[in-house]
Design a protein around this ligand. Structure first.
Ligand code: SF4
Length: 252
């Protein structure tokens, strides 16, 4: 039995994959996206958080057995609604051994999905991604320098993992957070489309326009929100680029 650190379990979620789902938020992320709306998920350790003047600890350790039992409790609801469980974070693949242990306890009864940045070594990605029924992978920028400027790391390993995903046969969705003036250009969308257009198991692209509320949680964990882009500006939405490439696309 493995232990992992999570910071939230949301039951009856409807935006994190098909049907009604339980979303598990795992702690720890190697990236530092300037627009991150879950900054409490970045540190791998539990940390203090102040909400409405009340201090609490964000994050706790849980065993794979306890988490699997909690997931299995809602099995009937998932089956009735073609739902399941989604692992997100932070970057859930940072705790891949723990996640594998949970997956082995709930599969094949439960539909399992993951939301990942793809920023993880290729061996781990190739081992864990095929265990999921659905992979939702973020692509933030195709340019390595701009990627590094706004997330703290270049995109080399992400693009390698994307290449694997495109040829793997695993059902997947590409999610693009649209950040005004950073990655919302027509050129960047074209480059993303050209990377994924021939993938047989790509279900769709989901565009997620930036929301000003993204910065709300920083003060709760004692940090300052420093987005380094114009948060007042609305991001451009080039759905047509994907439509022209025969890729299904929606805006969330
Ligand atoms: S990958 Fe996701 S969790 Fe990690 S810093 Fe970026 S937005 Fe936040």
């Amino acid at each position: 039995m493995k232990k992992g650190t999570i910071f939230s379990i949301e039951e009856f979620a409807i935006h994190d994959g098909p049907g009604i789902r339980t979303t598990i938020f795992l702690k720890g992320c190697p990236l530092r996206c300037k627009w991150c709306h879950n900054p409490e998920g970045i540190s791998p350790q539990p940390q203090y958080m102040i909400k409405k003047k009340e201090q609490s600890i964000c994050g706790y350790e849980i065993s794979s057995e306890a988490l699997a039992n909690q997931i299995l409790r809602n099995q009937n609801i998932y089956q009735l609604n073609e739902g399941g469980v989604t692992f997100t974070g932070g970057e859930p693949l940072l705790q891949s051994d723990f996640m594998i242990d949970v997956l082995e306890r709930v599969k094949p009864d439960i539909h399992v999905a993951i939301e990942t940045s793809g920023y993880i070594d290729t061996d781990t990605f190739r081992k864990v991604a095929p265990m999921f029924n659905l992979v939702m992978m973020d692509i933030k920028h195709t340019n390595p320098l701009i990627h590094k400027q706004y997330t703290g790391a270049d995109n080399k390993v992400i693009l390698k993992n994307l290449e694997f995903l495109c040829s793997s046969g695993i059902d997947f969705i590409i999610r693009i957070p649209l950040i005004p003036g950073v990655n919302d250009s027509e050129d960047n969308m074209r480059k993303v489309a050209s990377l994924i257009k021939d993938a047989p198991s790509l279900l769709r692209v989901e565009l997620l326009p930036y929301h000003q509320t993204a910065g709300a949680k920083y003060t709760m964990i004692g940090q300052e929100y420093k987005p380094l882009f114009d948060t007042e500006k609305k991001p451009a939405i080039y759905k047509n680029v994907f439509e022209k490439a025969n890729i299904k696309v929606i805006t969330l």
